[in-house]
Write a protein that binds this ligand. Structure first.
Ligand SMILES: [Zn+2]
Ligand SMILES: [Zn+2]
Length: 366
């Protein structure tokens, strides 16, 4: 079938992207789903910093690539061998397809599925190859900025029809990653001091998750005042602008510090904000060439942990329905993350707004 997709042809072009046009809306031919796959009509997708990282070249991927990895939609066709999804189901798409049988999947860590990681790096679907014409690759098995997508069954989580597409989309990356960092990578308990550094969609989701878990104080750090205000509305108790301020507010450092910026200096600052015996959780994705420098002796002598958190250490088939339940009971106001609702043609301007730091989650509607 013919579909429209936002396709990145070259990474690293100068900003503004509205002028350099690294992405354009193209008409492509999409194959029908093979065995184990689904055809999904995309209802809404969210623009995430990981999309921008592919565009600016800090996350190198095979090109051309149909971008986007956070979306929800309606299943329109089912490949052979899929028996637990029905046509008409609403699904949230997730950015690591899990095979269910590799060592990582078998040990309960589907976010680390090794086959999913390999197919994502290759720009292919989990079962190999691409389903798009003109040599266009898939972004993280999803390619969300499209009218329709073919995805592996392991990239989709069925959700109740009550959660509309524009809300459901945000569960696939921002919410899963942010809440997972505080409830799966570490287990925040009532009264634990928590700092969240970087208030994009993932950071603000971490704020929501930490608030729900009873974090106190819950301190946020971000240069943009509007994002700090939103974080306070979502449950943060304090804002801070420096390592010293955080250490003062927490009496020497926080039990948990979540870094959601993806820059090595922010990571080092997050480490410096962490208490003796505490954990620094790294969620943001820096350029692969960047190295992290922290005082090695503190890791040992202060019994500190530095933990990476990919996709919130989550198990999407378990966690997304649970998170949707919390949304249904009013305890996870996910829609507060949406800062704009745009069309696929608006993708270059939306990338500029994200790079400027002013946007939280911009939804693209095909
Ligand atoms: Zn993302
Ligand atoms: Zn696997």
């Amino acid at each position: 079938m013919l579909v429209t997709s936002v396709v990145l042809s070259e990474a690293g072009r100068p900003r503004p992207y509205t002028a350099s046009k690294p992405v354009e809306v193209r008409e492509l031919t999409l194959e029908r789903p093979r065995a184990g796959e689904l055809l999904v009509r995309v209802e809404a997708s969210g623009l995430c910093h990981s999309d921008l990282s592919v565009v600016d070249g800090s996350r190198p991927r095979p090109l051309p690539m149909a971008l986007g990895h956070e979306a929800a939609g309606i299943v329109e066709e089912i490949g052979d061998g899929v028996h637990d999804v029905a046509v008409g189901d609403r699904v949230v798409l997730v950015f690591v397809p899990s095979c269910g049988s590799c060592p990582e999947c078998s040990s309960g860590s589907p976010a680390l599925c090794r086959r999913g990681a390999a197919s994502n790096t290759a720009g292919e679907l989990l079962r190999g190859g691409t389903r798009l014409s003109d040599g266009v690759h898939h972004h993280l098995g999803v390619s969300a900025f499209s009218s329709h997508v073919v995805v592996d069954r392991g990239s989709a989580v069925v959700v109740p029809p009550e959660v509309q597409g524009q809300t459901a989309a945000l569960f696939g990356c921002a919410l899963l990653t942010g809440t997972g960092a505080v409830e799966s990578t570490v287990q925040v308990r009532p009264g634990d001091s928590v700092v969240v550094v970087g208030l994009g969609g993932v950071g603000l989701s971490a704020v929501m998750g930490a608030h729900l878990a009873g974090a106190d104080p819950l301190i946020v750090v971000d240069p943009v005042a509007a994002k700090r205000s939103l974080a306070m509305e979502l449950g943060a108790t304090h804002v801070a602008s420096s390592v010293e301020e955080v250490r003062d507010l927490t009496g020497g450092g926080a039990r948990y510090v979540i870094e959601a910026v993806g820059h090595e200096q922010a990571m080092a600052d997050a480490f410096a904000m962490t208490a003796r015996g505490g954990a620094t959780v790294l969620v943001g994705l820096p350029h692969p060439s960047r190295m992290l420098s922290i005082p090695a002796v503190q890791v040992v002598a202060e019994a500190r942990q530095v933990l990476g958190s990919y996709m919130g250490s989550a198990a999407p088939q378990r966690d997304i329905p649970r998170l949707v339940g919390l949304w249904q009971s009013g305890r996870l106001p996910v829609e507060r993350l949406t800062s704009a609702v745009l069309s696929l043609e608006d993708a270059p301007a939306a990338l500029d707004a994200l790079a400027d730091g002013v946007a939280v989650r911009q939804l693209l509607i095909p």
